[in-house]
Ligand binder design. Sequence first.
Ligand code: AHG
Ligand code: MN
Ligand code: MN
Length: 333
Amino acid sequence: MPHQKSTLGEFIIKNQSSFTYSTGELSSLLNALRLAAKVVNHEVNKAGLVDLFGDSGDVNVQGEQQQKLDVFANKTFIQSLKNRNIVCGIVSEENDEFITIKGQDKESNGKYVVLMDPLDGSSNIDVNVSVGTIFSIFRRITPVGTPVEEKDFLQPGRAQVAAGYVFYGTSTMLVYTTGDGVNGFTLNPAIGTFYLSHPNIKIPKNGSIYSVNEGNYSHFPDSVKKYIKYCQEIEDDRPYSQRYIGSLVSDFHRNMLKGGIYLYPNSTVNADGKLRLLYECNPMAFLAEQAGGIATDGQVDILDVVPTNIHERAPFYCGSSSMVKKLLEFIHK
Ligand code: AHG
Ligand code: MN
Ligand code: MN
């Protein structure tokens, strides 16, 4: 028997009473995500095998149709959320339009919307490097019982009710916040249970890692180039180490535990950077702030950006507070 550590299921129930409008629906929503995470985890773990034994590339040994992992993850999370009457709409990286979810009756089509990146780091799937799922949850603005509208999704990140990620790594973790600190749960795969392994995570105030796709250096704004040179200088506690996995979830998770800064700047080729505001930057920014860190687009806190498009991108700088403040000095010079 593992030592009496709280399971994710127990933790969700225990914390339900701390939500202002608690009716159990958010708990139910989080449980839907918990279930989908386990299903996707199972599929991620056998991805290599499926490839090895797949017949003609699209049928696996059981005769099931093979799906690309991001398509599988998308379907799994959507289905799990649809099965309960709690969500009225979903935005997913994999769907151009937002998805409307109808309740069983007029009054019961859910008061929450979910925005997600069902599989983050997809370029890392084929090479057995960690991938993740990112999610962001808002209370809808339009009345329950009416169809969800685009404006329900276009809320500033500050209004998030909960956010988190699943990290399919050396071990699988689910890390989330409901605005009362950040907690991390590790999956025991033998029994399919998430245990509270990282209570009340705090990002170290300072760190010695900078994380950026430096291959794009020539395209970066001068201020960011100068900050990168600063990270490499021999002075005080520098040079910092450079670590870049290329899965936001993995890079963010490492920085959160060890301290560090993550940069995905705007550039001469991507005017708004690459990362998506609503289902990559916002949830990570909520987690970062709850853990004592900072997330900014270079001008304002990510959580204060008012979105105008469900798939819009934003420059993203995030991590240990002292490091992000230093970067901002360079940007505002
Ligand atoms: P996704 O796999 O969901 O499309 O996201 C990829 C993102 C993010 O995970 C990662 O940090 C970044 O793209 C990597 O981009 P570069 O390859 O341009 O560095
Ligand atoms: Mn992504
Ligand atoms: Mn993705």
